[in-house]
Design a protein around this ligand. Structure first.
Ligand code: NAD
Ligand code: TYD
Length: 350
């Protein structure tokens, strides 16, 4: 019997992690803590919300007192920490929100664990979910390994880098059992349509322009979100204390090539003429400080813990499109309200 706190479980990746743990480990109690920001959505978890080993707690990780009280009350065995502000463009507009949640929020959780797990650090685990963006940008060659020096450029990646450093500091200073993974770009179902793939799917579906930043030559390494959740499961259960793993898909795509592939898939699924959706591609002003290329070397994870990605990108992307087309109510719900004003502000000046 284990009681695990998963933070950010109502978000994109967090909901896949929560679902996996609730379904695969019926003897664990899973407590999902989420503030339900614009990105958090309990509709992501309707299929497991009544499971006997699942509970939701609405809290804000920036509230230090609430975090300490919760740890005092619950006696968690472990934390899997995903709660974060996660969108680079929003971090450019409002960096402070990223410092508050990603840095202060993480330190609040670490402090609560430090206080309430004292004397038992070897029986507890703090797993911090991070990003490859902490390593900065690559040129045409090379890949990020676990020993690549941190060199974040955006306020988002700077805040995640800072939180990673705090997690390592609590391991090194207090002897807490901390583990970190740094993953490449995820894609799949329940992805909020401010990020490239779901935004493009939504726009193509609605015959709206598909905004491509700059020349579309930036490269990202895309991983199926369920493969990320499986990697987190494996690392959570099998890694050594203080360890770090890179997680990636060995699946690099230039943005413009990805968008063309997506347009082809959408033409087919929507019964449009070949080339119809690609007419929506619109080049817009580049993102400030736009990292050219990310690529993850996940050899350590593959060799040590036998994890490999399960899906080819073309298959995963087609499955993702199917999910969005079959879940119109979900998409309509998350794009109603504040989404439109965010979208207008973000793209009107481009
Ligand atoms: P997301 O934005 O979809 O979800 C974040 C969740 O955190 C939301 O449910 C939100 O309500 C919650 N949250 C935000 N602020 C909070 C606060 N103050 N207190 C409590 N909950 C709060 O993000 P995601 O894409 O699912 O990313 C999850 C984690 O994985 C993040 O830590 C992110 O840095 C990391 N990551 C994401 C990617 C990616 O491609 N999306 C890749 C690598 C790592
Ligand atoms: P995004 O999904 O925001 O992830 P990240 O910035 O964390 O990698 O963006 C993926 C890539 O797509 C990135 O190079 C920026 C680019 N992009 C566009 O070209 N147009 C868009 O409207 C968005 C949101 C992103």
């Amino acid at each position: 019997m284990k009681k695990i706190l998963i933070t950010g479980g109502a978000g994109f990746i967090g909901s896949h992690v929560v679902r996996r743990f609730v379904q695969n480990y019926p003897d664990y109690q899973i407590v999902n803590l989420d503030k339900l920001t614009y990105a958090g959505n309990l509709a992501n978890l309707t299929d497991i919300e009544n499971a006997p080993n699942y509970r939701f707690v609405k809290e804000d990780i920036t509230d230090a007192v609430a975090m300490s009280d919760l740890f005092g009350k619950e006696n968690f065995d472990a934390v899997i920490h995903l709660a974060a502000e996660s969108h680079v463009d929003r971090s450019i507009t409002d960096p402070t929100a990223f410092v508050m949640t990603n840095v202060i929020g993480t330190v609040n959780l670490l402090n609560a664990a430090r206080e309430h797990w004292k004397g038992e650090y070897d029986q507890k685990r703090f797993y911090h979910v991070s990003t490859d963006e902490v390593y900065g940008a690559l040129g045409e060659e090379g890949m990020f390994t676990e020993t690549t020096a941190y060199d974040p450029h955006s306020p988002y990646s700077a805040s995640k880098a800072s939180s990673d450093h705090f997690v390592r500091a609590y391991h090194d200073t207090y002897g807490m059992d901390c583990v970190i993974s740094n993953c490449s770009n995820n894609y799949g179902s329940h992805h909020f349509p401010e990020k490239l793939i779901p935004l493009a799917i939504n726009n193509i579906k609605n015959n709206k322009p598909v905004p491509v930043y700059g020349k579309g030559e930036n490269v990202r390494d895309w991983l199926w979100v369920e493969d990320h959740a499986r990697a987190i499961d494996v690392i959570f259960h099998q890694s050594k204390t203080g360890d770090t793993y890179n997680i990636g898909g060995h699946n690099e795509w230039k943005n413009i090539d990805l968008i063309h592939l997506l347009c082809e898939i959408m033409d087919e699924k929507l019964g449009r003429e070949k080339g119809e959706s690609a007419k929506l591609i619109t080049y817009v002003t580049d993102r400030a400080g736009h990292d050219l290329r990310y690529a993850i070397d996940s050899t350590k994870l593959q060799n040590q813990l036998a994890w490999v990605p399960s899906l080819q990108f073309e298959e995963g992307l087609a499955k993702t499109v199917d999910w969005y087309l079959q879940n119109e109510a979900w998409l309509n719900n998350v794009t109603s309200g504040n989404y439109q004003s965010y979208y207008d502000k973000q793209y009107s000046e481009k």
